[in-house]
Every structure is written in structure tokens, then in C-alpha cells.
Design a binder for this molecule. Structure first.
Ligand SMILES: *[C@@H]1O[C@H](CO)[C@@H](O)[C@H](O)[C@H]1NC(C)=O
Ligand SMILES: *[C@@H]1O[C@H](CO)[C@@H](O)[C@H](O)[C@H]1NC(C)=O
Ligand SMILES: *[C@@H]1O[C@H](CO)[C@@H](O)[C@H](O)[C@H]1NC(C)=O
Ligand SMILES: *[C@@H]1O[C@H](CO)[C@@H](O)[C@H](O)[C@H]1NC(C)=O
Ligand SMILES: *[C@@H]1O[C@H](CO)[C@@H](O)[C@H](O)[C@H]1NC(C)=O
Ligand SMILES: [Zn+2]
Length: 952
């Protein structure tokens, strides 16, 4: 799956927030998932022929286990589904289906256990033999709703080595729950339209038809869809037959698809819609982009179509395996849980992740589209052709795609330097989480991940971003040639089957041995330390003594890791470094403390380590070297690579937070910014100052901090004024991002020229709403700032624009901007809108609440709102997935006083009877974080205030 967020470059203003948007979006996506999941918990009764299992005490019976027995293995399925896009007389949307599965019996058994969830059987299932021996008769059928099985008990045994076919007919609800076979709705020219679509990963194929729903149970699928003749049907394969038939007294089209390759159930997709599409046919490959007809007519699919062909070509070369299918369809859906889903040959997207409009979409929208497309296309081989055996290894699948998405995007947009941005978007982001005592290792044991909730929980930042970071490190120290060579033999060897992550290590080792690459340890020995233990080291280099040490980096110096590690929290660390500006040979730190005399330096030199942050670790130095690096930043910053300018800031702030260096040293890493025009260092600084704003924007520190930040950004603002006078779009990709930073921060720190600009633009827009001349990149900032400065009139104007917007990315910008209002009653009204799906789509409700909480004015309102509506919110969102916790974290992240701590504890105690579901840990973490914030503020406020008054 694609992460499901694009990194928001456009966040609050007027000193409200300096960079908190992306998290909120991630949260929203996954929370909606849990919300929707919990909604359908009403027990589904089986028909007459079957009985429901008593909700008895757990036992060791196979149907009480979460994993399928290995007795049967599916070979082919023949699935016919008919979704009804109009409700039945009771108002229910349904689909009907019939499915047969041919399977081989591997071990004799008198039980067929097959996944089936929320499906009602409409006919007694039948079993036939495909070989010479007759099939046993069915004794009874029991539905196990908890473990999501249909258990078919047989009078006699199935014989090992024989094949059988199980046939079922069933009915299911086409609910708006974003899982399995579900429906999405939208309006087009005032007409309500319904789409039937699917999201199977990880465990919802069983909600569409009975199946052996585990990734290693690969099979061939024959798919047929019935649908209204006015609609089109899509699935993984190409259409091989289309006829009109009469069924249930109505004329319907029956579309039959070519059988799939051998594949996993979680990668299936079935879609019926009246969408439009555009296409491009090259040699043997058909590429199509589908979306709402209005969106297609407006050309919003064009960018996706432009980049898909080249990215597929890039990956064919990178993997040295041809694209495995005859077609590649991609489709944008109005209601979609994740960012995107890599269904084989039919990739599904959120609208914001696929649709691009030259005039309306920002540069950031464009980047997220091309990287998400690259991510999903990368999975067509890595993940789909070769699939991890079980969800405990998800990190390799997602981490890999999250790494190579940058390579694919870079190939499509070679001028962007997009590969550098992995450092901000993934490495720095996940450092913050992986530095907690409560983090977890990349790899789980297979038996740790059993239940659907546990499987859902694995889709987290650690799997995606840490996975990407350590694979990037691996590719870097092996060299890309060796890395891709191992990758290519791995894909070729395991195509159409399943693996565990050590299979990749094995093939990389073969490549290492074959090329004579020198490594201090085997690939597996090196990687075990990054994969099997959580966290990462801080490497301390003493340039006076030449001593190098590593230590497990923990943000809270008083915390103890929740788990023990068989490697004692030591790593094999590849250290790239320069002395002055000269690159030195890669040095491997293989123990806790080592000595490298080369790192001793004379007075006018400095050492810099982890060049371009290819390594997954932080670096600390002796104080003298820090001083020299600070001098270099001030006086000759070009001598330090731009990524490392960002690294020095991010490392320093985090080392300070962990109490390893002084907070004022961290603040001093921002002094050089007044002459810096590059995006990465600025962004790293703003991300870190965001915490200072959260802690201090209601204290006396706020004034001097604003003055300092305003002074630092002045030159940047002037630079962009000189560059384009805010009329043209800067050429460079990251310059465009930094232009946004300049505008946002200048305005939020009270720069009058900036405010005049923004107010002028917005007034112009309000005077003539049909001609929006505000540059697409700057819209989020302008909207937010104007709404913050304005009142009801501005807000209502934005609301109307929101309702009329025809592209989802514009809607998202307005939705976030409306949370910037500063009048409490507007924010309260907006909070209420989140309870009304007619106003705010359910998939967007929680991210809206979190945006409001990010606003210093909205924070207490959102907190009150969440408390007052706790029972409702819990019922909607508390169900399963990890990200419910993010709602709680989002609403409480500013807490830093005793009073807030008391409120939080009170809230926990008052609601124990309702519970916190998957947010249970988050409540405890919030309390722990509030405590830590109180301590940090107490310890640092004075010094920080003094420093901002006299920065030096
Ligand atoms: C699939 O099932 C349908 C209806 O039962 C049948 O007409 C068709 O021949 C089957 N296809 C295959 C490939 O078995
Ligand atoms: C399945 O059966 C249950 C119980 O009879 C019923 O409430 C539910 O609506 C049925 N589902 C469908 C899609 O017909
Ligand atoms: C099915 O019927 C529709 C509407 O009558 C018609 O437009 C379409 O061409 C027909 N399709 C086939 C395959 O006959
Ligand atoms: C797509 O490619 C065409 C042809 O190169 C180009 O004219 C068009 O501007 C591109 N569209 C987008 C949105 O990039
Ligand atoms: C690689 O070479 C080492 C040292 O010669 C050997 O021990 C190891 O078995 C080889 N590994 C593979 C996968 O060939
Ligand atoms: Zn993915």
C-alpha cells in the first residue's frame, strides 16, 4: 500500500504551526479505516444450511487458530460477482456472487477451513472431486465470525494428493466501509454516482468471496463481473469477453477477464464504474488512467499517464525483469482509505495521489503523485511477482517500495533531486519514532502477527520509513551495482512464489561474493542488527583523541527500552566521513568503542560524518569539532553538502532533546540560515523549531522567538522577492518549496510586506472568485493566512470554494486552511461539521480535527470537542488500527503544563468504562510525553528565552 499521505509543505501560519501537516494526514487515513471497520460489527447470520459457532472459550481447534492449516492448497478460483449500484428496497447496497475454488489436498483431513467474512451463503455449498475418488459428503457448515472462517465438516476424509472443487453462492453488503468489496459515492452534474471497488490488503478479500486469504496461498483467478451496460468493469486481467445477458429480469453486461497470473488474494481488484479514461499503447503494453469523467475531461489524468510508461521502463531495467502483465490500469477513487494500493495490473489511488491539474495542483502535489505512482509500480514486481510469505515481513515489501519510489520518481523528474528528500521525508521522520523506548524492531516473528488488527498495525512508519532508510544504507554500502545484481537474481529465482526476508540477503551475498566486494561481515550479520533490534545508534566522534563510540539513541534520557536485544543495542555501522572537505575511506564501527587515529585533527580542520545521511544513525562530536562545524556553516557553508547542513541541524536539536548537548548549541545551528537559500536546511530547522512553538507559543518566549525567526527569514523572503517578485514560479523543485517556506514563515512572524502581499491576493480572489490567480504552490499558505487574519466572511468564502472545488487536492488545501481561523466560534462550528459526512467526508473527519488542534486557538476547543464527543468518536474510530492513537497524540501534543497533565489523567480515569481501544497505549504515551514536556520546558525555558533575546 502507499503510505496514504503526501507531505504537506503548507501548514499553519501566524505562529500557529510550523510543520505539522503530514502527520495529521496519515492519521486521518488510517483512523477512517478503523472507524469504518468497527461500523460493521453487527453479527452476520448464516443461512439455514449453516450454523453459527458459539462464542465459546478458546480451544486448540483449527478454526480457533488465526492461521490456516497447511492441509489444502488452492490452485484456481472461478469468481463471479455482481455489485448492485442502486440500493435494494430496504436501502441496502449489496453484491451477489458465486465462486468455486479448486484445491489440492496436501494432507488428509475431514475439514475444509476457508476464510469468509460478512458473507451470507445463499445456497448450500457443494463439494466435487476433480480426480477419480468421490468427494466426501458435507456433514455441517459452521461460520466462525471471530476468526473469519467458514468451516466445512466432512463425513469422510479428503485424500492427500487429490484435488477437489468447492462451490459457493453468497450475498454481501456493498458497504461504504472502504474494505473488501465496497462502494464509493460522488456527485457529477448534480447526479449521485456510485462506484463498486475493492481494497483487499491485508485481510479483506474474504469479505468479497470465500478464499484461502493468506499471501502464500497463491492461485490463478478467473474473474467475471456482472454490471449495468452503462458501466465498465475492471479487474486485474484484460477483458476477454463482454456480452449482454438477462439476469434477475434485467439486462446486464457480463464481462469476463483473462485468467490472472499465479498471485495472492490481497492483490485482487474488481471495479465497476462509469468513469472515463485516457490511454497510451506501447509495444505490448496498454497503460490507462481512470477517474471520474469530469476529472478525465479536465485532463487531470494526463500527468499520471505521462510518467507511468517511463517509470515502468525504469523498473524493467532496474529489476532486469520485464513488466509481468499485458496491461497497467490505474484508477482514482473518491473514497479510498490508504494513499494507493498496488493491486496487480489495476492500481487504486486516492484522488489526491493520482490526479494533477497544471493550474490548481501544487508542486508538492505533483511530487507526491509521481512518488506514489513509482511506489505502486515498484510493487508490481517486488511484492506482487515475488511476495513475502507472511505479514511479519511487511517491512521489506513496504520499505523496499518506499526506497525505490525515489529512484523511479527521479527517473521521471530528473531535474528535481528528489532522491535527497528521502532524508527529510523518511529518515528524519522515522528517527523521531524509532528513538522512543516503545519503538519496535522492523522484523516480527511470524507468530507475533496473527490477528487482522495485528496485521493492520504493522503498516506503520517503522515498516515504511525505517525500512526504506536501512535499504538505502544497504544499497549504498554494497554499491548500487551489487545491490541490483542481488535483487535481480532474487526476483528471477522466486518469481510467482513467496519468500522470507533472508532470501534477499542470500542473493545479495551471492552478488557480494561474485563481485568480490569487500565487507567486514556477511550481509546477514550486518543487517540482523538493523532489522532485529529496534532503534539506532548515535555515533560520537572525539576529534581530539580519535575515539569513536556508539550508543543506543533514546530521546528521553531517563527511559529504558521496552525490549531487550540479543545484540545489546550495538550495530555494525558504516561510517562515511570527510576531513575538511576530503572524502575518507568508508570506516566500519564494529564494536561499542573504537579508535581511529585518522579522526584526530588539527585546529583548523573539521570532521563531518554520515555524508548525505546514507547511514541510519545520528552523529555527535566533541565540543571543539562542533564549534568548527558551526564556524563552517557560518563562514563557508558550501563546504558542507546541503543534506549535511540539514543533518547538523536535525542531529543537534535531537541530541539536545536527549540531553546529550546543550539546547543553545542546537539553536546556534540555525544562525547561518540568514544567508541560506537551500530548502533542506531550512526545512530541517523549521521542523525542529516547530517543537519550540508548540511548547512556548503561549509563554513569554514567544515574542523573542518570533523576532529571531522573523529576522532569520528576512533575507530568504527578500531573496525570493528579487528572484521572481512572487510572480513567476521559481525553476528549481526545492526552490519552489523554499519559496513557500519563505512566505509562510515571513508572514507568520509578522513581516508587513508579506502580509500585504497575501491580503492583496486574497481580496482579489474574493472580489472575483471565478479567476483564481493565486499561484498553486502558494495557495495553502495564502488561504491559511487570510483565514487566520479574517473572520466569518473569509471563512464562509473558503467553505463555498471548498464545496465547489473540482479537484481533491484543492479541497484538501481549503480544508486544512479553514482550521487556521482564529475566532473560536468558527473553529467550534467547523469541529461540528466533522460529525456530518454531508459536510466533511468521513475519510477526512479526523484529519480535520487534528488540523484544528494544531492551531493554538483551536487546541483547547478540539480537546473539549474530543472529550465531549468521546463516546461517539470512540465508536467511530476506536476499532482496530494503530492510528487511532494518532488522534489522541495529535490533540494532546502541545500539552506541557501540570494543569493539562491533570486534565489528561482525569480524562483517562473518567472514560475507563468506555475504553480507548487501540488508543490505550497512546493515552499512556500522551501522559508520558506531557510529563517529559513539563520537564523539558522547566529545564530549558530560561536558557531558551535568554538565547532568543541575544542569539549568538
Ligand atoms: C466459471 O464459472 C462459470 C459459471 O459457473 C462458468 O460458466 C465458466 O465456464 C467457469 N469458468 C472456468 C474457467 O471454469
Ligand atoms: C446477512 O444476514 C444477516 C442476518 O440474517 C442480515 O442481517 C444481513 O442483512 C444479511 N446481509 C445481506 C447482505 O443480505
Ligand atoms: C449491451 O447493451 C448496451 C445497451 O443496450 C449496448 O450499448 C452495448 O453495446 C451492448 N454490449 C454488447 C457487448 O452487446
Ligand atoms: C504530458 O506530456 C505531453 C507531451 O510531452 C506534454 O505536452 C504535457 O504537458 C504533459 N502533461 C503534463 C500534465 O505534464
Ligand atoms: C560467500 O563467501 C563466503 C566466504 O568465502 C562464504 O563463507 C559464503 O558461504 C559465501 N556465501 C554465499 C551465499 O555464497
Ligand atoms: Zn506499498
Amino acid at each position: 500500500m502507499g503510505k496514504g499521505f503526501h507531505i504537506s509543505k503548507t501548514v499553519g501560519i501566524v505562529g500557529i504551526v510550523l510543520g505539522a501537516g503530514a502527520l495529521a494526514t496519515i492519521i486521518a487515513l488510517s483512523v477512517v479505516y478503523s472507524q469504518e471497520k468497527s461500523k460493521n460489527e453487527n453479527e452476520v447470520q448464516p443461512p439455514d444450511a449453516t450454523t453459527s459457532a458459539p462464542t465459546a472459550t478458546p480451544s486448540n481447534e483449527p478454526w480457533d487458530q488465526w492461521r490456516l492449516p497447511q492441509t489444502l492448497s488452492p490452485q484456481t478460483y472461478n469468481v463471479t460477482l455482481w455489485p448492485r449500484l442502486k440500493p435494494d428496497p430496504t436501502g441496502l447496497y449489496i453484491f451477489t456472487g458465486m465462486s468455486s475454488v479448486a484445491f489440492r489436498c496436501e494432507e488428509k483431513t475431514n475439514l475444509i477451513l476457508i476464510h469468509s467474512n460478512k458473507l451470507n451463503m445463499t445456497k448450500q455449498p457443494t463439494l466435487t472431486a476433480l480426480g477419480s475418488k468421490p468427494a466426501p459428503t458435507i456433514e455441517s457448515i459452521v461460520m466462525h465470525t471471530k476468526t473469519q472462517y467458514m468451516a466445512i465438516h466432512l463425513k469422510d476424509e479428503l485424500a492427500a494428493g487429490e484435488s477437489y472443487e468447492l462451490y459457493t453462492e453468497f450475498i454481501g453488503e456493498l458497504a461504504d466501509d472502504l474494505g473488501g468489496f465496497y462502494r464509493s459515492e460522488y456527485n457529477e452534474s448534480g447526479v449521485k454516482k456510485v462506484v463498486a471497488t475493492t481494497q483487499m490488503q491485508p485481510t479483506d478479500a474474504r469479505k468479497a468471496f470465500p478464499c484461502f486469504d493468506e499471501p502464500a496461498m497463491k492461485a490463478v483467478f478467473y474473474i467475471t463481473l456482472y454490471h449495468d451496460p452503462a458501466t465498465i468493469a475492471l479487474s486485474n486481467g484484460v477483458v476477454i469477453d463482454e456480452v449482454n445477458v438477462t439476469a434477475d429480469g434485467t439486462l446486464v453486461t457480463r464481462t469476463t477477464f483473462a485468467p490472472t497470473e499465479v498471485m495472492s488474494t490481497y492483490l485482487l481488484a474488481f471495479i465497476v464504474s462509469d468513469f472515463g479514461f485516457i490511454e497510451q499503447n506501447t509495444d505490448k503494453l496498454q497503460i490507462r488512467i481512470f477517474a471520474r469523467q469530469e476529472a478525465i475531461n479536465a485532463g487531470q489524468g494526463e500527468y499520471a499517464l505521462n510518467v507511468t510508461g517511463p517509470i515502468l521502463k525504469f523498473f524493467e531495467k532496474y529489476y532486469n525483469v520485464p513488466y509481468p502483465l499485458p496491461k497497467s490500469d490505474q484508477i482514482a477513487l473518491p473514497d479510498f482509505n490508504a494513499g494507493a494500493m498496488e493491486n496487480w495490473g489495476l492500481i487504486t489511488y486516492r484522488e489526491t495521489a493520482l490526479l494533477y491539474d497544471e493550474e490548481i495542483s501544487s508542486n508538492g502535489n505533483k511530487e507526491s503523485i509521481v512518488t506514489i505512482i513509482a511506489h505502486e509500480l515498484a510493487h508490481q514486481w517486488f511484492g506482487n511477482l515475488v511476495t513475502l510469505r507472511w505479514w511479519n515481513d511487511l517491512w521489506l515489501n513496504e520499505g523496499f517500495a518506499s526506497y525505490v519510489e525515489y529512484l523511479g520518481a527521479d527517473d521521471a523528474e530528473p531535474d528535481w533531486n528528489v532522491k535527497d528528500l528521502i532524508v527529510l521525508n523518511d529518515v528524519h521522520r522515522v528517527f523521531a519514532i524509532d528513538a522512543l523506548a516503545s519503538s519496535h524492531p522492523l522484523s516480527f516473528k511470524e507468530e507475533e502477527i496473527q490477528r487482522p488488527e495485528q496485521i493492520n498495525e504493522v503498516f506503520d512508519t517503522i515498516s515504511y520509513s525505517k525500512g526504506a532508510s536501512v535499504l538505502r544504507m544497504l544499497s549504498d554500502f554494497l554499491t548500487e551495482t551489487v545491490f541490483t545484481q542481488g535483487l535481480q537474481t532474487y526476483l528471477d529465482y522466486f518469481k510467482f512464489s513467496n519468500t522470507v526476508y533472508t532470501d534477499l540477503w542470500h542473493h545479495l551475498q551471492l552478488a557480494v561474493n561474485g563481485t568480490g566486494t569487500s565487507l567486514p561481515k556477511s550481509v546477514q550479520e550486518i543487517m540482523d542488527r538493523w532489522v532485529l533490534q529496534m532503534g539506532f545508534p548515535v555515533v560520537t566522534i572525539n576529534t581530539t583523541t580519535g575515539q569513536i563510540t556508539q550508543e543506543h539513541f533514546l530521546l528521553d534520557p531517563e527511559s529504558k527500552p521496552d525490549r531487550t536485544s540479543e545484540f545489546n543495542y550495538e550495530w555494525f555501522v558504516p561510517i562515511s566521513w570527510t576531513k575538511k572537505e576530503v572524502a575518507q575511506p568508508l570506516y566500519w564501527l564494529l564494536k561499542k568503542t573504537d579508535q581511529l587515529n585518522d579522526m584526530k585533527i588539527s585546529v583548523d580542520e573539521w570532521v563531518l560524518a554520515n555524508i548525505n545521511v546514507t547511514g541510519y544513525y545520528r552523529v555527535n562530536y566533541d565540543n571543539d569539532n562542533w564549534q568548527r562545524l558551526l564556524n563552517a556553516l557560518q563562514n563557508s557553508r558550501q563546504s558542507i553538502p546541503v543534506i549535511n547542513r540539514a543533518q547538523l541541524i536535525d542531529d543537534a536539536f535531537n541530541l539536545a532533546k536527549a540531553g546529550i548537548i546543550e539546547t543553545t548549541l542546537a539553536l546556534r545551528t540555525t544562525l547561518f540560515l540568514n544567508s541560506e537559500t537551500e530548502y533542506m536546511p531550512w526545512e530541517a530547522a523549521l521542523d525542529n523549531l516547530d517543537y519550540f512553538y508548540l511548547m512556548f507559543d503561549r509563554t513569554e518566549v514567544y515574542g523573542p522567538m518570533q523576532t529571531y525567526v522573523g529576522r532569520q527569514v528576512q533575507d530568504l523572503f527578500d531573496y525570493f522577492t528579487r528572484l521572481t517578485n512572487w510572480e513567476d514560479v521559481p525553476k528549481g523543485h526545492t526552490d519552489q518549496y523554499n519559496q513557500i517556506n519563505a512566505l509562510r514563515v515571513a508572514c507568520s512572524t509578522g513581516n508587513e510586506d508579506c502580509k500585504t502581499l497575501i491580503t492583496g491576493w486574497f481580496e482579489q480572489l474574493m472580489a472575483n472568485p471565478n479567476v483564481n490567480l493565486i499561484k498553486a504552490n502558494l495557495r495553502s499558505t495564502v488561504y491559511c493566512s487570510a483565514i487566520a487574519a479574517g473572520g466569518e466572511e473569509e471563512w464562509n468564502f473558503a467553505w463555498e470554494m471548498f464545496e465547489n472545488a473540482t479537484i481533491a487536492s484543492e479541497k484538501d488545501k481549503l480544508r486544512a486552511a479553514m482550521a487556521c481561523a482564529t475566532e473560536p466560534w468558527l473553529l467550534n462550528r467547523y469541529l461540528k461539521y466533522t460529525l456530518d459526512p454531508e459536510k466533511i467526508r468521513k475519510q477526512d473527519a479526523t484529519s480535520t480535527i487534528i488540523s484544528i488542534a494544531s492551531n493554538v486557538v483551536g487546541q483547547p476547543l478540539a480537546w473539549d470537542f474530543v472529550r465531549a464527543n468521546w463516546e461517539y468518536i470512540y465508536k467511530q474510530y476506536g476499532g482496530g488500527s494503530f492510528s487511532f492513537s494518532n488522534l489522541i497524540n495529535g490533540v494532546t501534543k502541545r500539552f506541557s503544563t501540570q494543569f493539562e497533565l491533570q486534565q489528561l489523567i482525569q480524562f483517562r480515569d473518567d472514560n475507563t468504562h468506555i475504553g480507548f481501544g487501540s488508543g490505550t497505549l497512546a493515552i499512556e504515551q500522551s501522559i508520558e510525553r506531557t510529563n517529559a514536556n513539563i520537564k523539558w520546558v522547566e529545564k530549558n525555558q530560561e536558557a531558551v528565552l535568554e538565547w532568543f533575546k541575544k542569539p549568538s
